[in-house]
Every structure is written in C-alpha cells, then in structure tokens.
Design a protein around this ligand. Structure first.
Ligand SMILES: Nc1ncnc2c1ncn2[C@@H]1O[C@H](COP(=O)(O)OP(=O)(O)OP(=O)(O)O)[C@@H](O)[C@H]1O
Ligand SMILES: [Mg+2]
Length: 354
C-alpha cells in the first residue's frame, strides 16, 4: 500500500482482500464437494461384475497408466473417468474432457493441440489446446472411435512420447498427462474396418475396463433408483419419499437400453406424475414395453428378419431408419445404432451413400 493513503482507499483494499479470501474459501469448498461426489463409495455397484470394475478402478487410479473405458451409452463411463482422476495423485490438477463426437473434424487438431497466431486465417491470437490445459492432470477422450485418422496420428505421438506442437509452430512441447479414453461402440470393429489405427488402439488398450450394461446388473437398479429419487425430490421440492414394491419391480424388469442415464431420466420424469409420498407403477413412464424377462436369455429377440429380406438389406434398412430419426445427422444416427461416426461412414460408403 503506497503511503500516504486515504481511509477510502484503505477500505477498498481491505474489501478486495476479503472478497478474494471469500472466493478462495468458496473454491476450496466446491473442490471438496466435487471430490466427495467422485469418491469411489458413491459409485453404486454391488454385484460381482461391478465389484470387479471398482477394484480395477482403484488399482489403476494411483498410476499414470492409460485407461480405456468400454461400455454402452449411459453406463457411467464419464463418472468412472472422474473417479479415477479424483483418486489419483493428479486430483488437484485439471481434468479436461474432450468429446470427440461434438468437435467438428476440421477443428479437432487445433482444439486438442492449440495454435499460434497466424496459423490459419482467423487465428488472431495464440491459443493453447486441451492437452496443454491438462498438463499435470488428466485428459478424458470421450468417444475415441470418432477421432478422424489425421488426428489419430497426433494422438499416437502424445501417447508415445508425451510431446506435440501447436498448429503453426515448430516448437515441440513436452507435457505430463494421464489419458483416459472411452468408447461406446465396438472399437475393435472400427479397427477391422480400417477406420482406426492399430498402433493407436494398442497404445490405448493398456488397461481396459468394461462397464457392464444395467440389464446385466439389475441388483443395482433399486439403489440407483433411490439415489436418483432423493436427488430429484430435493431439487424439485417433491413430496415423494419412496418407491412402492410394484413400481420397483417394474424398474427392475425393464431392459434399460439407455442404461443408468435412462434410469435417471425416467425417475426425474416419474416424479412429475407422482402426487403422494409413494411412487407407484402408473407414475413410471418407460420408453418401450419390457422386451426381456429378468431371467430371459441375453440377446434373445422376439422377431426374426422380415419375410424375404437378407441381413444386408435389413442392416441397410436400419441405417436409413436411424438417419431418418436423426434428421440426417450422422453422429446422432451413429449413436442410435451403437456405431462410431467412422463405422457408420464406412457402411454408408458401402451402400453408395457417402
Ligand atoms: N454406478 C453408478 N452409481 C451412481 N451413479 C451412476 C452410476 N453410473 C452412472 N451414474 C450416473 O448416471 C448418469 C450417466 O452416467 P455417465 O454420464 O457417466 O455415463 P456415460 O457412460 O458417460 O454415458 P454416455 O455414453 O451417454 O456419455 C450420470 O448422472 C452418472 O452420475
Ligand atoms: Mg459420457
């Protein structure tokens, strides 16, 4: 503080200092809250398959080993990635998520690795990429199967040598990042179809963790349903406190194609229909009628190919239908089909549609 100072000035300085102090405290509090949310005890998984997943998570978390999370949409890949980060020595460093499906192909390289001023028209300032921002922390590459081949090469180099250059720069930068990748489709199939580099696949597949779909761990449904019920009831001020046994049976028997995320959505929706303190079956609106009994054989379907159709024709029919439902959006259509964007593109080219 320069002397002499006025009382006014002093008051301002003190107020600023107090504000900063308050922000710091809030920040620490938020971080602690996040840390609590991503504690392993908060991940629901009581059956043997999930217990194995959780044991693998705790084994790999303290290391810098690359993790590949596999599992259908909504099984909890995001959650597990954050849990791994929060149980690692990097917990206080950044966790940077990169959604490879939503970044347009032509922007992906600059998003990931940054650029220098003048690297391309419109690059009026230099900007660090996501990898640089994640230095000393964790990078979470979501939907890794959607990374275009040109970017796959660069990823391989980061994974191998922990180095890269910004776009428009020849200065090589070293970074220390832990990589967690996730895929909801069959990455191995993308590999066979030539849409995914084999060397990159092996670099990513060091420590694979497969999260089972919800229909293969129905024992978790009651706990998850109750967790979501309390969460949404608190948020919306709903009076609902419990789920009736019949309602719970309906939840446990459903096949949950959208997994835990779908269950979360269904509970949120059902609270809007409930009026008393107990959630009843009629309050629960599922998207489809149950297709599989609890003890039904996995993979069983009620129908077969439509009369006179071959498997190829049926596949093409499904692809067209998915595109129609997605309003022509290929990423979304791919998601509906459980394919990567690249795998869908391959099929479309086979059909002469790409
Ligand atoms: N085992 C679990 N225990 C508690 N909550 C869970 C569990 N698994 C998932 N959730 C919750 O379910 C929701 C969906 O999970 P998440 O976003 O991690 O799935 P995802 O596999 O990344 O889905 P997507 O493929 O759609 O990106 C989140 O709100 C998450 O916190
Ligand atoms: Mg996710």
């Amino acid at each position: 503080l320069p002397k002499p100072f006025s009382l006014d000035h002093l008051a301002t300085v003190v107020r600023k200092a107090l504000e900063v102090q308050q922000l710091r405290e809030e920040n620490a509090q938020l971080r602690e809250e996040l840390g609590r949310r991503y504690r392993i005890e908060n991940v629901i998984g009581t059956g043997p398959k999930m217990q194995e997943v959780l044991a693998a998570v705790m084994r790999v978390a303290p290391t810098r080993t690359t993790v590949l999370l596999c599992g259908e949409s909504g099984v909890g890949k995001d959650l597990i990635a954050r849990v791994i980060h929060h149980h690692s020595p990097r917990a206080a460093q950044p966790f940077v998520k990169i959604n490879c499906t939503t970044i347009p192909e032509n922007l992906m390289e600059s998003e990931l690795f940054g650029y220098e001023k003048g690297a391309f028209t419109g690059a009026s300032v230099s900007k660090p990429g996501k990898f640089e921002l994640a230095d000393r922390g964790t990078v979470f590459l979501d939907e890794i199967g959607d990374v275009p081949p040109a970017v796959q090469v660069k990823l391989l180099r980061v994974l191998q040598d922990r180095e890269f250059e910004r776009l428009g720069s020849n200065r090589t930068r070293q970074i220390d990042v832990r990589v967690i990748a996730a895929t909801n489709a069959d990455l191995r199939r993308a590999l066979e179809e030539g849409n995914f580099r084999e060397d990159l696949y092996y670099r990513l597949n060091v420590f694979p963790i497969t999260i089972p779909p919800l229909r293969e761990r129905r024992e978790d449904i009651p706990l998850l349903a109750e967790r979501f019920l309390h969460k949404f009831a608190a948020e919306t001020g709903s009076r609902v406190e419990e789920i009736s046994p019949e309602a719970m049976r309906k939840l446990v028997e459903y096949h949950w194609p959208g997994n835990v995320r779908e269950l979360e959505n269904v509970i949120e929706r059902s609270l809007l229909y409930a009026d008393g303190r107990v959630l009843l079956p009629e309050h629960i609106r599922l998207d489809y009628a149950p297709r599989r009994a609890v003890n039904g054989t996995a993979g069983a379907v009620d129908g077969f190919l439509p009369e006179g159709m071959t498997l190829d024709e049926y596949e093409q029919h499904l692809i067209r239908e998915a595109l129609r439902r997605a309003g022509g959006n290929k990423s979304q259509a791919a998601r509906l089909l459980g394919l990567t964007r690249n795998a869908l593109r391959y099929r479309l080219s086979q059909m002469g549609l790409e």
